[in-house]
Design a protein around this ligand. Structure first.
Ligand code: T3D
Length: 264
C-alpha cells in the first residue's frame, strides 16, 4: 500500500520547507504526523544546510489541531490521558520550535485551529492568507489552549483579547490578527506561497548565528529583568562578533557591496 507522507519536506536554497499533509482532515495531527513533524524540526536543528524553515499546510487548511477522530470516546476503552499526549507530542515539538536558532516562517494558508493555531503562533514570522482564520477551538470541546497558546496569547495580545479568544473560540480573521499584532502580515491568498518563500529564502542567506541569537534574546526578554538581559546581550554580541558572517558584513559594508553570509 502506498504510504501517505503526513509531512512533506524539501530543502531548496537553504530553506527546509515543511508541508503538513493530511488535507482531508485539515492537516490535523495524528501520531504519525506528530512524529514526522518533530523529526523534521530536529533535522532543522542539526543540519547545517538548513538556514531557515518554512511551514505551511496542504489543501484548504493550515492545521486543525489534534485529530479528534483519534479521541473518539465512542470507540470505547479508557479515556485518553491528555496530560500524557501533551507531554509526549506537543510539548517537545513546541520546545524544539522555540529553541531552534534559525528563523521559522509560517505561511498559514487556511484555517488554523486548536493546537494548529498555536503552533503557527510559536513560529518567528507568521504570514497568513487573507482568507485564513485563527481559532482557539479548545473551549468548543471542553479543553484549554495548549501548544503554548495560554502562554503566548496573553503575552502578545494582553489578557482581555487573549481571554475572549480562548473563552469564546470564535474565528479571528488574518487581517484582524495582523492589526492586533498577533501575526506579521496578512497577504492575498494567491501571493502567499511566493511571498513566504521569498522571505524564507532571504532569511536563509542571512547571518544565521546572529539571527539565531537575536531570536534567543527576544524570546528571553519577557521573562528577565533589564540587568540580566543586558548581560545576555553582551554575551550574545560577543558570540556574534566572532562569527565569519560579522567579518563579512563589515567588509561588505566598507567595500560597498552586498554581504555574502555563509551562516558561520
Ligand atoms: O488530544 C490531545 O492530545 C490534546 C491536545 C489537543 C490539541 C487540540 O488541537 S484540541 C482542538 C482540536 N481541534 C478542533 O477542535 C478543531 C476541529 N475542527 C473544526 O472545528 C473545523 O473543522 C474548523 C473550524 C477547523 C474548519 O471548519 P470547516 O467547516 O472549514 O471544515 P470541516 O468541514 O469542519 O472539516 C473538513 C474535514 O476535516 C471534515 O471531514 P469530512 O467531514 O470532510 O470527512 C472534518 O471532520 C475534518 N476535520 C477538521 N478538523 C478535524 C477534522 N478531523 C479530525 N480532527 C480534526 N481536528
Amino acid at each position: 500500500m502506498l504510504e501517505i507522507q503526513t509531512v512533506i519536506s524539501e530543502i531548496n536554497n537553504g530553506v527546509l520547507k515543511l508541508t503538513l499533509n493530511r488535507p482531508d482532515k485539515l492537516n490535523s495531527f495524528n501520531e504519525e504526523m506528530h512524529l514526522s513533524f518533530r523529526a523534521e524540526i530536529e533535522r532543522a536543528h542539526s543540519e547545517k544546510a538548513v538556514r531557515s524553515v518554512l511551514l505551511t499546510g496542504s489543501g484548504r487548511g493550515f492545521c486543525a489541531g489534534q485529530d479528534l477522530g483519534d479521541r473518539d470516546p465512542r470507540k470505547g476503552g479508557e479515556r485518553s490521558d491528555l496530560g500524557h499526549t501533551i507531554e509526549t507530542f506537543y510539548n517537545p515539538t513546541l520546545r524544539l520550535i522555540r529553541s531552534l536558532e534559525k528563523p521559522i516562517i509560517c505561511a498559514v494558508n487556511g484555517v488554523a485551529a486548536g493546537a494548529g493555531a498555536n503552533i503557527a503562533l510559536a513560529c518567528d514570522i507568521v504570514l497568513a492568507a487573507r482568507s485564513a482564520k485563527f481559532i482557539q477551538a479548545f473551549s468548543k470541546i471542553g479543553l484549554i489552549p495548549d501548544a503554548g497558546g495560554s502562554w503566548s496569547l496573553p503575552r502578545i495580545l494582553g489578557e482581555p483579547r487573549a481571554k475572549a479568544l480562548a473563552l469564546l473560540g470564535e474565528p479571528l480573521t488574518a487581517e484582524q490578527a495582523e492589526s492586533w499584532g498577533l501575526i506579521w502580515k496578512a497577504v492575498d491568498d494567491a501571493a502567499l506561497p511566493e511571498e513566504a518563500t521569498a522571505l524564507a529564502e532571504k532569511l536563509a542567506t542571512g547571518p544565521t548565528v546572529g539571527l539565531g541569537l537575536t531570536k534567543r534574546l527576544i524570546q528571553a526578554a519577557a521573562s528577565q529583568d533589564l540587568d540580566t538581559h543586558l548581560d545576555m546581550e553582551r554575551d550574545c554580541q560577543q558570540t556574534a562578533g566572532f562569527t565569519d558572517d560579522y567579518a563579512e558584513g563589515v567588509i561588505a559594508f566598507l567595500e560597498k557591496r552586498p554581504a555574502q553570509f555563509r551562516g558561520e
